[in-house]
Design a protein around this ligand. Sequence first.
Ligand SMILES: [Ca+2]
Length: 585
Amino acid sequence: MNYSILHQVLPKMVYANLAPTFFIFLMVLLIGNVSALAGESERPNVLFLMADDHRADVMGVAGDSFAITPNLNRLAADGVRFTHFASQSPVCVPSRATIMTGMYDLTHNVQAFHQMNVNTTYLAEVFAGAGYTTGYAGKWHLNGTPLFSPREETYVPPEKRRGFQEWDGYDGSADHDNPVTFIETQDPPVMIEVEGYDWSPTYYTDVFLDFAERHASDDEPWMYFISYAMPHRPEEAPENFLSMFPPEDFDLFAMAPELQGNITAQEEQLFRNILQVYYAQVSFIDSEIGSVLDGLDEMGLSEDTLVIYFSDHGQLLGSHFFEVRDMGSALGGDDVFFRAKSLPYAAAFRAPMIMNWPGVIPTGIEVDALMSMVDLPTTVLDLADLAPPKNMQGRSMREWCIGGVGPNADGLYLTLSVTDELDWEAVWTGNYIFSSTDDYQILYDHVNDPQELVNLYEEPTYAAVREELQLLVDSLAAAATTIPESSSGGGSCLIANVAHGTPLVRELPALRSFRDDWLLNNAVGSTISNLYYQLSPHTVHWISARDDARSSARGILWLALALGRFWALIPVFVAVAIWFRMVRP
Ligand SMILES: [Ca+2]
């Protein structure tokens, strides 16, 4: 063999093959990328549509022949509706904190008008971390803005948005007919009235549609959360929706039989007017949902988008009216008695839950398995094929959504610990609602008495049922108040509980020791609480930027502060001051 010929030929062969080899290499890369893109595109866009105080049964699809909700009916007919969905704690702030953290009320302990400062992994952070573009529009109500604050003070700074990247939200309650937004390019941000919109819901629908349009051809999916502030007070709705519901048409005493013969003509008129506004607001939100769905259709996004419609909780609308009125100031002024929530009654804790994702969620499924707000983040993350973080305590109801058989529960643990007058825990089994706390000894049979007119708590024949339900409450509470395993959440949950210092109907085990101690509900407790909030903008800022070890060290400091005696406070305050000087950016 002539090696010199081979020596000359071999490089030529290599060069000759170089181009096709490079071509094949490019093709392999391309195919790899295409399949990776195809894999990514299987993850849906996720759209949360949350109403405010929409109770479960005021929808055509839920059997209310008076409600006009064609778009919600369509959404349900094309997807899955959970008929036994409950807010874990039926008032705005704790319920919203549960959506964002996937944690029980007693674990995150973000009560009414608290700031959500739990150091944990939030829902939108999971989506953002997985490459989703995230956005939020509307009412937030998790930044601790006091009730009736001027709207200028409802600005939510970026570090408090918990994973939401694009933002057109505000804290606190809404002026439905006066939409505002904040110009963030100015420092400090300036609030302006939105031009061209008469109503906030319409504005937030368009904010979302603009977002969807801008991101329609992105490679990565998006997650968006519209938080409509209706059918909440104030008593405002567009005229064309009000005119659909003449006040005199409502069968008031069928809705709230207790009222018959027990209220004045003036009160009756007030209630009829409130019902008119409530139903008009529901229909208004329904029409906004219609605009959202039509917009998704027009952009060709419907097939790729998981849509979730729900409400933070319901509203009593006359149910248990006299009890509510007796509670008086605990719930607000006279005008809110008819629109109350916060209580362990079905009208307050039950809410709509509809999910729709063409091609994945089959059409027209109704699921009567018990589902709690705690289960919502876990379920949605599972549908989007994302692992829930360890702090999330709920179950995934994914199997139910895709037409299979998913988990059920013997009961759902419901609780609230807003004030001394408003702290309770209850269990809802679907058949019964039961509570045996200081202020609420109730047992209602929802099968035979869905309007909760006959309290069976004292009935001797129900002793065994009561006993069984109390055992269920205890076991569910034990699970609900177990601090979730988390890289950084646990210590901070304790801190949130300590700092808020609210009466806890059932303390976290680690806090039990000072439940009866001097710390909570006294001057020292509120001083600590105030100090915590003075410092919290900084703490939140640096926690998010630093590692878990420092966060845990801070947790230990705060716990020491909380558990210490008075003499121990002074060195701890000094240590905290030094600590913040050292670590603040
Ligand atoms: Ca609400």
